[in-house]
Design a protein around this ligand. Structure first.
Ligand SMILES: CC(C)(COP(=O)(O)OP(=O)(O)OC[C@H]1O[C@@H](n2cnc3c(N)ncnc32)[C@H](O)[C@@H]1OP(=O)(O)O)[C@@H](O)C(=O)NCCC(=O)NCCS
Length: 189
């Protein structure tokens, strides 16, 4: 997408982030973890508009439940009217690059293969392999679109990719921002 930049989220983004997910508390919690260095909280910005966000856990969070694996991709979201334009892919690619720069050799992700088979297949095609043959059930607290915390029973399947191998590198086009320029996050490398 033209003029899209992937960069770290800042406090100034909270209002725009709430258009995507209406929870100041959730965004503030992730910014706090980012300050502590446990996560990278990325946004996809098109001008003043935030059109997507995603998290990379580099360590277990200081508050809230521990993650199943570290480093781990988490919580990728793209605005409905911006989907299928490569933003989700760019957010994955950016977080893979960060994990590699942080000298991690493997990267994990948990996906719902039942409700979200397209997203699951996307990771499989990218070289991620499932840790277990069958998905498992998990009770999870998550933010609804309106920011309410709800507990839901979901399917999950954990996948891993070898960041040193050919599979963890995506396509050459992925390594550039959607506008063809290097991703904003690289400046922090
Ligand atoms: C899943 C999601 C992040 C994909 O973002 P996107 O910008 O639309 O994705 P891209 O255009 O970069 O395409 C990458 C992959 O995402 C998936 N995808 C693309 N458009 C999608 C859509 N409208 N709905 C669901 N998945 C979609 C596909 O697997 C696609 O790979 P493919 O084109 O090779 O089939 C986005 O649809 C979304 O925010 N969905 C709701 C939240 C969610 O399910 N998040 C993932 C779990 S944390």
């Amino acid at each position: 997408m033209e003029n899209m930049l992937i960069r770290d989220a800042t406090v100034a983004d909270i209002r725009a982030l709430c258009v995507l997910r209406n929870s100041v508390a959730a965004h503030e919690a992730k910014l706090l973890e980012a300050e502590r260095g446990t996560v990278r909280f990325l946004v996809a910005a098109a001008g003043d508009e935030i059109v997507g966000f995603a998290t990379l856990f580099l360590a277990h969070p200081k508050t809230g439940p521990a993650k199943s694996h570290i480093p781990k991709l988490s919580d990728c979201f793209v605005a409905t009217n911006y989907r299928s334009r490569g933003i989700g892919r760019a957010l994955v690619s950016a977080r893979e690059s960060i994990a590699r720069l942080e000298r991690h050799t493997r990267l994990f992700v948990s996906v719902d293969p039942v409700e979200n088979p397209r997203w699951f297949d996307f990771f499989r095609r990218r070289g991620y392999t499932a840790l277990h043959a069958e998905p498992y059930r998990k009770r999870e607290r998550r933010h609804s679109k309106d920011g309410e915390i709800e507990e839901v029973l979901v399917w999950r399947q954990d996948l891993v990719v070898d960041l040193d191998g050919p599979a963890g590198h995506g396509s050459p086009a992925d390594l550039l921002g959607c506008d063809g320029r290097p991703d904003g996050h690289r400046e922090r490398g």
